[in-house]
Write a protein that binds this ligand. Structure first.
Ligand code: MN3
Length: 255
């Protein structure tokens, strides 16, 4: 409960800051990130946020060693390499990272891989907590039920997206430009904010705002689950921080 309170406080503080920063800038070009109420929240910085839980907090589903290596080595390296790329390519790292992601085709492969890697992990850590709620509620649940018929059908489709992503990548729940929820996956560290042609992402029209993302790189699960990605995903549902994702969804509707 204490963790929830902290993350809610941080969330509100972060959102308020982001609103102020971005409404001044008004620089987003993506239809999803521009428009009325531009673009409120969930902007991401170029710095790694501290985890709001201990490395062992998600045991036994995600073991402490996996969490520690994942956060302090893999994700930290994306952040470091992103900052290097920003320096080399003259990107202002005080601006929201989303501004780079929606124009990623203009930058190097190093930027694409590491801006994606940093953004995706920042979202991923916040999307989990010990003893997740099991199920969303409110407008997010209603939207899931209307888009996918039922929560169970949604879960099955999202699980398949993660299981069937060949090699390394992410499964996504995305709010598209018509405010409809869609599911898909992306290779490597690509994500639905990126202005990549469908042929490059291999995910058709998976473009929009990432409401939820699941890391299916082997580094996310291999120590405990080895090749059993399906078991990792099945257990991961017990960690989903639906309270956080509901807030994220409700704010993204206003973009
Ligand atoms: Mn990862």
């Amino acid at each position: 409960m204490k963790n929830n309170k902290i993350s809610r406080k941080k969330f509100i503080a972060h959102s308020a800051k982001a609103v102020a920063a971005v409404s001044t800038a008004q620089l987003f070009s993506s239809p999803l990130l521009a428009g009325p109420g531009t673009p409120l929240s969930y902007t991401t910085t170029f710095e790694q946020s501290p985890l709001s839980y201990a490395y062992n907090a998600l045991e036994p589903i995600i073991d402490a060693t996996t969490m520690e290596i994942h956060y302090s080595k893999h994700a930290a390296a994306y952040c470091k390499n992103l900052k290097e790329a920003a320096l080399a390519e003259k990107v202002d790292s005080n601006k929201p990272l989303e501004e780079v992601l929606v124009k990623i085709s203009k930058y190097s492969a190093k930027m694409r891989n590491n801006a994606g890697g940093h953004y995706n992990h920042e979202l991923f850590w916040k999307s989990m907590k010990a003893n997740g709620e099991g199920k969303p509620s409110g407008p997010l649940l209603a939207a899931i039920e209307s888009n996918f018929n039922s929560f169970d059908a949604f879960k099955a489709q999202f699980t398949d997206a993660g299981k069937n992503r060949f090699g390394s990548g992410w499964a996504w729940l995305v709010l598209d430009k018509n405010k409809k929820l869609i599911i898909g996956s992306s290779p490597n560290q690509d994500n639905p904010l990126m202005d990549l042609p469908a042929v490059q992402t291999g995910v058709g029209e998976l473009k929009g705002f990432p409401v939820m993302g699941l890391d299916v790189w082997e580094h996310a699960y291999y120590l405990k689950y080895q090749n059993r990605r399906a078991d990792y995903i099945e257990n991961w549902w017990k960690l989903v921080n639906w309270e956080f994702l509901q807030q994220r969804y409700e704010l993204s509707l206003k973009m």
